[in-house]
Design a protein around this ligand. Structure first.
Ligand code: FMN
Length: 192
């Protein structure tokens, strides 16, 4: 009998585009997750107000409060981002700015993916995301990140992931995330 509680991961796509390749990759990751992991998509990125320290007080807007509550409730976070002009999209950075002072990602296991039609796979966006996650004191494992190049050729017209090597890469990232969560839980008695 397995009485270990499931690992709850919140998945965030850095793209607001309806046919986003990054959202497709995130959904593929959700379907590839190990049996003890549940990945739930965060859909509120585009509804967040622009970050303003003046309004970053005890009474945040409903959208900001919702983001913070969801992150608090999760055991970890999986972010999949496009690269815009050599960095992560403003919408994603905006969301992360809202949790600098509230600290929901502090010591929280996190994995980061970038996907791009380019040859680089959006590695600069991944680098900027990793830097921001480090500033937020999130716990990103060395094997918890991957840049996916030429992503358009790896997705079907319906957005299904068709590339076996990318499937393997996603499984490795998910395995690293699961390992981090379980390690953290063994350091926090009673959390399993
Ligand atoms: C304004 C803009 C800037 C972009 N800059 C980059 C870039 O710096 N590097 C890159 O690899 N792709 C860049 N792209 C291409 C995106 O990687 C591509 O549109 C990708 O499909 C976006 O991700 P999504 O499919 O998840 O929405 C850019 C696209 C746009 C619209």
């Amino acid at each position: 009998m397995n009485d270990v509680s499931p690992i709850r991961i919140i998945g965030i796509s850095g793209s607001l585009r309806s046919r986003s390749s990054n959202t497709h990759i995130l959904r593929a990751a959700a379907s590839l997750a190990p049996g003890d992991m549940i990945i739930t998509m965060y859909e509120g990125l585009g509804d967040l107000p622009l970050f303003n320290p003046d309004t970053d007080g005890d009474k945040p807007t409903a959208q900001v409060a919702d983001l913070r509550t969801r992150l608090n409730a999760a055991d970890g976070v999986l972010i999949c981002t496009p690269e815009y002009a050599g960095g992560m999209p403003g919408a994603l950075k905006n969301a992360l700015d809202w949790i600098v002072s509230s600290g929901e990602l502090m010591n929280k296991p996190a994995a980061a993916i970038s996907a791009s039609p380019s040859l680089t796979g959006g590695e600069k966006a991944l680098e900027s995301l990793r830097l921001t996650l480090r500033m937020l004191s999130a716990d990103v494992a060395d094997d918890g990140t991957v840049a996916i190049p030429l992503v358009s050729a790896k997705l079907s017209a319906e957005g299904e992931l068709t590339d076996a090597a990318t499937v393997l890469q996603l499984q490795l990232v998910l395995g690293a995330l699961a390992r981090q969560v379980r390690e953290l839980q063994t350091r926090e008695p009673g959390s399993l």
